[in-house]
Design a protein. Structure first.
Length: 458
């Protein structure tokens, strides 16, 4: 696929890295030639220095025969205009724009053919906010991901010594939970994948990925974790776009405190948030401030400033002072990999949440959802099966007859309102939603081909 990416910031660079590795033809546009030179040295892609909203630059980038344009600069205006130029002047078939402004997001009429000709709008801040909300709802999980309009949930947990299923073979889960259909789709031990077989023993410290109908998630987690009490008190360090969105979404159901080091921003936050949210002016790395605000009683401390080092330091400090769980937003992948699972419970890379939102529009085949897992190494994909036994490689076949690459596993099927955990003899029907776990994203192109309908299908 020939794809033009406008904007070489963190989102654009991460997207380019992901798509180049999947053998797409990528052209990256950005005004900064130094950033482009660095990316061109690292990846097999073309670069154009310039403003991606200008027709001349788009033409130079090959917009006349491009399959897709993805505009992800930090400027909403540039992204929207780039999409409009791509549609009107070059007839680029698919156009995706990053829009950060809540006001612009709400104006749906601006995005379609009557407006800026945007096919899909993404908002990184909202994607990260949604992800954090699910982690607060399930305080023992490392990741919580929804599929099929919320009917199915994939949850990642760290197994602890003494859990009912820990130090037992996976097949024992049927004895422990005879009325709950659940599938363990992946197991990682010391960051290495372990084959998931009935006889595989779950060990303390293993990272376990479980797939089940959403109503059974807590029951399944209890087999692997000592379940914590529900979250009631949340402290947020950083009142930027994400901090404000998160506080707004939480304040009706939780006691929320927001700390920000900018006095003017604190005044803005106080005017936009309700009376249940306390806004504090100060530095989240100030031990005295955290002590005064009883950080030791906080269920979840979330560091969301624009500075990775501040987020790491404030999270480490909050954890040392007694916060039950700490989550840090960390832009640099290497930092996130270093601190995840230590004193910092969860290190969030915002680019992964954004990529998940983007990839569902870019993947080949009829893909409904894509979720990046394990800091971008693995993926979970929801695809729709089309065709019949003659035109499809999956429809009319049992799971054991499908030529899945090693490292990819079909975990669940959603047929209408019915959730079916995939077993070896489960037969896939047309229009089923198939949820597949891929332990390494390099396998994704092979999985995509399985769900593409042959030319004989009309």
């Amino acid at each position: 696929m020939k794809i033009i990416i406008v904007g070489a910031g963190r989102v654009g660079a991460s997207l380019a890295e992901s798509l180049v590795s999947e053998h797409n033809d990528i052209t990256l546009i950005d005004p900064d030639p130094k950033i482009l030179a660095d990316l061109q040295d690292r990846y097999d892609l073309r670069t154009i220095a310039g403003n991606g909203a200008l027709p001349r630059v788009l033409k130079q980038a090959g917009a006349e025969d491009a399959d897709m344009l993805v505009a992800v600069t930090r400027s909403d205006e540039t992204n929207l205009v780039a999409c409009r130029m791509a549609a009107l002047m070059f007839n680029v078939p698919r156009r995706i724009a990053r829009v950060r402004s809540p006001e612009m997001m709400e104006q749906a009429h601006l995005h379609g053919d009557e407006g800026f000709n945007v096919d899909h709008v993404i908002c990184p801040e909202q994607s990260v906010t949604n992800h954090i909300e699910r982690l607060i709802e399930f305080p023992d999980a490392l990741q919580v991901l929804d599929f099929a309009d919320g009917k199915v949930t994939l949850v990642s947990v760290r197994a602890y010594a003494g859990g009912p299923l820990v130090s037992h073979p996976i097949e024992d889960i049927r004895k422990h939970l005879p009325k709950v259909d659940v599938r363990i789709v992946a197991l990682f031990r010391e960051n290495q994948p372990v084959a998931v077989e009935g006889y595989t023993m779950i060990q303390p410290g293993d990272e376990v990925f479980c797939l089940s109908a959403t109503e059974h998630v807590r029951t399944v987690m209890a087999e692997l974790r000592r379940m914590s009490k529900p979250v009631t008190k949340v402290m947020i360090a950083g009142g930027g776009n994400i901090g404000l969105r998160l506080a707004k979404s939480l304040e009706e159901n939780y006691h929320v405190k927001v700390i920000d080091a900018d006095r003017k921003r604190c005044e803005d936050l106080a005017s936009q948030l309700g009376s249940r949210t306390l806004v504090l002016y100060g530095d989240a790395t100030d031990e005295d401030l955290l002590a005064e605000e009883n950080v030791q009683d906080v269920d979840t401390f979330i560091a969301l400033t624009n500075d990775d080092e501040n987020n790491i330091m404030s999270s480490l400090l909050a954890k040392r002072m007694g916060a039950r769980r700490v989550i840090a937003l960390i832009q640099r992948k290497v930092y996130a990999e270093l601190v995840q699972g230590g004193q910092i419970d969860i290190a969030l890379a915002p680019s992964n949440a954004t990529l998940s939102e983007l990839l569902k529009h870019i993947r080949r085949g009829d893909v409904v959802a894509v979720h990046r897992l394990r800091r971008g190494v693995a993926e979970a994909i929801e695809s729709i099966a089309h065709g019949d036994a003659k035109s499809s490689k999956v429809v009319g076949r049992s799971i054991e007859k499908i030529d899945m690459p090693k490292g990819a596993v079909i975990g669940a099927i959603v047929r209408g309102s019915q959730v079916i955990m995939a077993h070896h003899d489960t037969v896939i029907e047309a229009e089923d939603h198939i949820i597949t776990f891929v332990e390494n994203r390099r396998l994704v192109p092979q999985v995509e081909k399985l769900f593409q309908v042959g030319v004989g299908f009309l």
